[in-house]
Design a protein around this ligand. Sequence first.
Ligand code: PPS
Length: 303
Amino acid sequence: MEFPDMASLKLHSRPELFDFEGVSMTHFFTDNWEKVKNFQARPDDILIATYPKAGTTWVSYILDLLYFGNDDLQLQTSQPIYTRIPFLESCFQEFSTVTGTEMADNLPTSPRLIKTHLPVQFVPKSFWEQNSRIVYVARNAKDNAVSYFHFDRMNMVQPEPGDWNSFLEKFMKGKNVFGPWYDHVSGWWEKKQTYSNLLYLFYEDLVEDTGREVERLCSFLGLSTSVEAREKITKGVQFDAMKQNNMTNHATIPFMDFKISPFMRKGKVGDWKRHFTVAQNEEFDEVYKQKMKKTTVKFRTEI
Ligand code: PPS
C-alpha cells in the first residue's frame, strides 16, 4: 500500500464515532461493508483478530516470520508489515486506492495472514464456513485502555480522545472504535468454546515468555519449526527490535504523529499504574466487575 505524503492528504478533521449495528465505529471501517461481509475466506487463511492495541502487530510479525521468514528476510526488510498482512475492514479512501478486502484478495501468499479488529459477531461468515484458523490476542483492560488512549492521540484517523479522564470514561462505556473492550474479549472467548480452530492468546503471556507462546502458536498451526528457528524469531520480535525496525514500527504511515506518541510506545504490562489515579482505578474495577460478571475469561494486570 502506497501512501501519499502528508502535504497531499485530504483529511481535514478527525472522524466521528457512530453506532453501527450496536457497535461504535468510524466510517473508515464501515465504508466497504458489503465487500467485508461477503469476503471469501479460504480454508488455509489465518485470521489475526484483536481488540485494537492488544498485540496485533506483535503476533502478526511472529506469524509472518514463522511462515515467510526465509534466511535473507527479503520481504520483511523491504515491505511494511501492513502491506503484507491486510487489515480486512480498513477503507482509507483518502489515502489509498486499495481497500483491505482488495489487498487480501490480491495477496499472493499461502497461507494468507489477515488482520481484523472486528467483534466476533461481525466476522465474515466465510471464515466460519471455511473453518479457517484464527488467532485472537487479548490484553488486560487497563493496559489496553492506556495504549488506546495514546494511539488515539497520535493517529489522525481516529476520533479525538480528549484528556485521559474523559477517554477512560468513554472506554468504560464502550465508546471507542470497535466498541466495548468487555464485549470484544468475552465474545471471542465464548466463540472459542464452540469453534476449535481458534487460539486465544494473552498479551501478558507473550510478555512473560515469548518463546513459550511462539511454541504454542507452532503447535496450533501444525508447524514443525526448529528450536533454533523459533529462538531466532523470538529474539527478532522483542519490543526493542520491532521498535527499531521500520517495517514493523509503522514509521511509514503519514497520519500517525510520532512526535505525540510512537506506535511502539512502551510494550509493558502494568503501565496503567502510571496513568490511573486511585479514584479512577476504583471506579474502573467496579465497572469491570459488572461488565465481566457473565464471562469466565480472566486477565492479569501485572506479571
Ligand atoms: S493496532 O494499532 O491495534 O494494530 O496495535 P497493536 O499492534 O494491537 O498494539 C500495539 C501495542 O502493542 C505493543 N507491542 C509490543 N509489546 C511488546 N513487545 C512487542 N514486540 C510489541 N509489539 C507491539 C505496542 O508497543 C503497543 O502497546 P503500548 O502499551 O502502547 O506500548
